[in-house]
Design a protein around this ligand. Structure first.
Ligand code: SAM
Length: 472
């Protein structure tokens, strides 16, 4: 289930600082010196709430919100609403993301030419916060591969990317060491590494209990392994972005130094002083640290590198290993009607009959990836033919590629929430056939009209379980 769905309606302010492990406190005193008391006080304050808007799904009114300085789409909210019960959230109009981690947006802006088509990989992607940021930052002709090694976390990643609605995305489930088929393939690789989570102590008191010096060392070596695998996947001149949500040197400083000593040139960012972000150096590299007493956000670290060495790419013959086949001409004509610009796509069928649309500009790359990876989501999953009928997928309704002229029905907030409770809705006037259920003009999913009633095609895993009474 979507982690974003598990949020509670309000996050209670912390009454006092979480009891910090002694060794962590010593580490932070050494790191922050006179600033340590301010850091400690910040941990007693409620974590700021921030969202990042989806630039391809307009509809959220951000007029009165305070912007996040380092991300054009990022905004602070005055308090934490119930996101689960906001139809605009369910429609993918925004993602709930901690503000410091949106610094990735500025790092990309300063280190990557985002105007040209790129091949990008988010190697540690679930639940998908940075993947959705990357999807928005990259040009539409770029490819984004979102990989998550832990199988149980792949579905939430897919769900968040389906909501975001970009058809140029592949979701995969690999250990980074298994991706050797893609040596030298990518222009940009993000390693948002599994870490000791010191920067989340305020938001997630559980992280305090899990912290130990031994776990810091374990995280540091794990990150080194992931970074070595990532290094091999980049093309010469490609950009590697390493980030964590922690403060300690064994993870952040040692690993950025490791990259600087193993074929990477560090890239500095220019950040205004009034953002409050601290520059941290090792012998040959610099990274950027957010602290909760200096920025309106949690602890976050980021460092940027350019690959200096060449890695020979593996040659795969996509035709030999391909699992999908071209859709029959007759079915292609029917499937095409569901897309806004069908000429931009080619149509394919999986062995289970699911119909996929692949952006033509990326077709060869997608077919190559089909042979090289265990795909868990690939281009736009459109739906399936059942006899003469085409049953559209939920992902199609949420996709930015769906035909906007298809019949639609605008729902009140109450009916939108009933839709997400998977109730069948009743209307005054009869409706028939497939309709896009919409809220404030944004697609929520499919309904099928049968007289005055519509059947609800929300996938059962997406059903919200919260009580909606006080919100309708
Ligand atoms: N980038 C995500 C986002 O912004 O929503 C958060 C990623 S989280 C910090 C780190 C991710 O790395 C987790 O999803 C975790 O499952 C994954 N991970 C854990 N062990 C890993 C390993 N050995 N190799 C690669 N990824 C791993």
């Amino acid at each position: 289930m979507n982690a974003n769905k598990r949020e509670s309606a309000k996050s209670p302010p912390l009454a006092s600082a979480p009891a910090l492990p002694d060794a962590f406190e010593e580490q932070m005193k050494a790191q922050l010196a006179a600033e340590f008391p301010a850091f400690q006080t910040a941990l007693t304050q409620p974590a700021p709430v921030s969202i990042r808007l989806n630039p391809r799904k307009q509809g959220y009114d951000s007029t009165d919100l305070i912007p996040v300085p380092w991300c054009a789409d990022g905004f602070y909210l005055p308090e934490r609403p119930s996101f689960t019960l906001d139809p605009l959230f369910q429609a993918g109009a925004y993602y709930v993301q901690e503000a410091s981690s949106m610094l990735l947006s500025e790092a990309l802006r300063q280190s990557v030419n985002l105007n040209r088509p790129l091949r990008a990989l988010d190697l540690c992607a679930a639940p998908g916060g940075k993947s959705t940021l990357l999807a928005s930052a990259l040009s539409p002709d770029s490819l984004l591969v979102c990989n998550e090694v832990i199988r149980s976390r792949v579905s939430v990643l897919r769900e968040n990317l389906d909501k975001w609605g970009c058809p140029n995305v592949v979701v995969t489930n690999h250990d980074p060491d298994e991706m050797t088929n893609l040596a030298g393939f990518f222009d940009v690789v993000l390693v948002d590494a599994p870490c000791s989570g010191e920067g989340l102590f305020r938001k997630d008191p559980e992280a305090v209990h899990e912290w130990s010096e031994a776990s810091v060392q374990l995280c540091s070596s794990r990150q080194k392994r992931i970074l070595s695998a990532a290094a091999n996947l980049l093309d010469e001149g490609g950009i590697l972005i390493y980030s964590t949500c922690t403060y300690n040197d064994p993870e952040n400083r040692n690993n950025m130094q490791y990259l600087a000593e193993h074929g990477f040139q560090n890239r500095a960012l220019t950040l205004p002083d009034d953002w409050g972000i601290v520059e941290k150096s090792s012998d040959d590299a610099v990274g950027y640290q957010c602290y909760p007493h200096r920025v309106r956000g949690e602890g976050f670290f980021i460092s940027i590198f350019r690959k200096k060495t060449f890695t020979a790419a593996v040659k795969l013959d996509a035709r030999t290993f391909r699992t999908i086949r071209a859709l029959r001409t007759r079915d292609t004509a029917s499937a095409a009607k569901w897309l806004q610009n069908p000429a931009d796509f080619s149509f394919w069928e999986k062995p289970n009959g699911a119909v996929m649309a692949l952006p033509k500009s990326l077709e060869k790359t997608f077919l190559f990836l089909d042979s090289a990876l265990h795909n868990k989501g690939f281009g736009l999953d459109m739906g399936q033919f059942k006899g003469q009928d085409f049953i559209p997928s939920h992902a199609l309704a949420l996709s930015t590629a769906v035909n906007q002229s298809l019949p639609a029905i605008e729902l009140s907030k109450e009916n939108a929430l009933r839709y997400f409770k998977k109730e069948n809705l009743v209307f005054d006037t009869p409706v028939s056939g497939w309709l896009l259920a919409q809220y404030k003009g944004l697609n929520l999913g499919w309904v099928k009209g049968v007289g005055n009633r519509v059947n609800n095609y929300l996938p059962k895993d997406w059903r919200i379980r919260m009580d909606i009474k006080e919100y309708v």
